[in-house]
Design a protein around this ligand. Structure first.
Ligand code: GDP
Ligand code: IMO
Ligand code: MG
Length: 427
């Protein structure tokens, strides 16, 4: 038995969903523990594309218990439309559980997210406008409404009433925005409560019982280390804790119960939204990667910023998460390139930094130092064994593993389940 955490090591969209879907086969439980509908995990099974935002990617395996933990913020409308879509595609969702301690995302969170971004002007974060920040703000301010409150009609009505009063003050006085109607919102959400009820459970208890019964559990990270509220490129981050520690607090499982942490690494870098990105490419190669990789946001459709792989980011992600191994995805996207680079150091004031800068004024001025590799100019998408990869691809992977000082457990060469090369068995 093992409990394994999957985390993003860069700025999100590394292919966490694909890796979770692949490994889910070997485990009984798949858990989301932070974030919300800002996540977009695309999983391809038998050539059918599934876009998951709140539901764990394990849902596509019929017999897995899928858990949405206490650390997630749940927008009921998104949750219900996701399960409706899956039911229409004949996916079994009867083993789905949502934590009674998770927070409920309300329409006023989305309104406030958009208004705050607009107000910030050139200082905006570039959020997904899904209300994530304002919902976590309410949680930290102890104003939030939890799933267990939503299940209790009177408590929900009481909490919603004072929240709507507070939000209307903000909306009217600060933003000169139309007010929210309490009665309409109450009716809408009580309707959702009925539909959510069958899934609500004490998920921390379920997971700890599962650990006692020696079941295999996979924790599916959303967002990524560089978007972590504490460890990312603050303030250009999300409002939750996507690094490995967040999987424990966001699910109610103690850190000593975790056996392995896998960092998912896209073979190049991408970022959506604002914030520094030292190895960003503004040339034809950046555009080539965007086009070949279809690097456009799953949630917002925004073009993703593209750049070379950054070993400084990965070394940082390795110790922040305590990575045991890395899973490299999208190697195939680099197949046609003549030359490929990895950023191996940041130069600042003519010195190579030995630490990852917290100060964004420094981070935005660092000059990336690159190592250059010969491309392999071979289609890797149908290769299934490490030894059969082209020599230059192996050189690239070997050097990457050295630079990050972490072994590679998985290499992915396509979106499909079978397009996966295993170097080390995790379960
Ligand atoms: P996530 O948010 O980390 O789960 O990643 P996304 O789903 O947002 O973006 C990753 C995209 O790459 C998805 O469309 C996946 O289907 C796709 N994908 C995953 N692994 C591979 C791979 O090895 N090669 C290719 N070409 N696509 C992949
Ligand atoms: P997955 O799970 C990539 C980014 C947004 C923005 C910042 C804050 O698919 O990897 P938020 O709406 O969270 O307040 O936005 O974080 N962001 C993501 N970028 N992948 C994601 O999720 C992201 N979730 C949030 O673009 O820069
Ligand atoms: Mg994504």
């Amino acid at each position: 038995m093992a409990s394994v955490i999957i985390v993003g090591t860069q700025w999100g969209d590394e292919g966490k969903g694909k890796i979770v879907d692949y490994l889910a086969d070997k485990c009984e439980y798949v858990v989301r523990s932070q974030g919300g509908s800002n996540a977009g995990h695309t999983v391809v099974v038998d050539n059918v594309k599934y876009k998951l935002r709140l539901l764990p990617s394990g849902i596509l395996h019929k017999d897995k218990v899928c858990v949405i933990g206490n650390g997630v913020v749940i927008e009921p409308k998104v949750f219900l439309s996701e399960i409706d879509e899956l039911i229409a595609k004949k996916v079994n969702i009867s083993n789905l559980k949502i934590s009674n301690r998770a927070h409920v995302l309300m329409p006023y969170h989305k309104i406030l997210d958009a208004l705050q971004e607009e107000d910030l002007g050139e200082n905006k974060i570039g959020t997904t406008k899904n209300g994530i920040g304002p919902c976590y703000m309410d949680k930290a301010s102890r104003l939030g409404i939890r799933i267990c409150d939503l299940m209790d009609k009177d408590e929900f009505a009481r909490k919603l009433k004072f929240n709507v009063e507070l939000k209307n003050k903000l909306l009217k006085k600060l933003y000169n925005h139309e007010e929210i109607n309490y009665e309409e919102l109450l009716e809408e959400y009580l309707g959702y409560a009925e539909r959510l009820k069958p899934y609500v459970a004490d998920t921390a208890q379920i997971l700890n019982d599962a650990i006692k019964s020696k079941k295999n559990i996979l924790f599916e990270g959303a967002q990524a280390t560089m978007l972590d509220l504490d460890h990312g490129t603050y303030p250009f981050v999300t409002s939750s804790y996507p690094s490995a520690a967040g999987a424990c607090s966001g699910s109610g499982v103690g850190p000593r119960k975790i056996d392995h942490v896998i960092g998912v690494v896209k073979a190049y870098s991408t970022r959506v939204g604002e914030g520094p990105f030292p190895s960003e490419l503004f040339d034809d190669i950046g555009q080539f990667i965007r086009d070949k990789g279809g690097e456009y946001g799953t949630v917002t459709g925004r073009p993703r910023r593209c750049g070379w792989l950054d070993a400084c980011v990965l070394r940082y992600a390795s110790y922040i998460n305590g990575l045991d191994s890395i899973a490299i995805t999208r190697l195939d996207i680099l197949d046609e390139l003549d030359k490929i680079k990895i950023c191996v150091g940041y130069k600042y004031n003519n010195e190579i930094l030995t630490w990852y800068p917290a100060n964004l004024n420094i981070l935005s001025k660092v000059e990336p130092v690159y190592e250059e590799f010969e491309g392999w100019k071979t289609d890797t998408s149908s290769i299934r064994e490490y030894d059969k990869l082209p020599e230059n691809a192996k050189k690239y992977l070997k050097r990457l593993s050295e630079l990050v000082d972490t072994e590679i457990s998985i290499v992915s060469v396509g979106a499909g389940r079978d397009q996966t090369i295993i170097l080390k068995n995790i379960f």
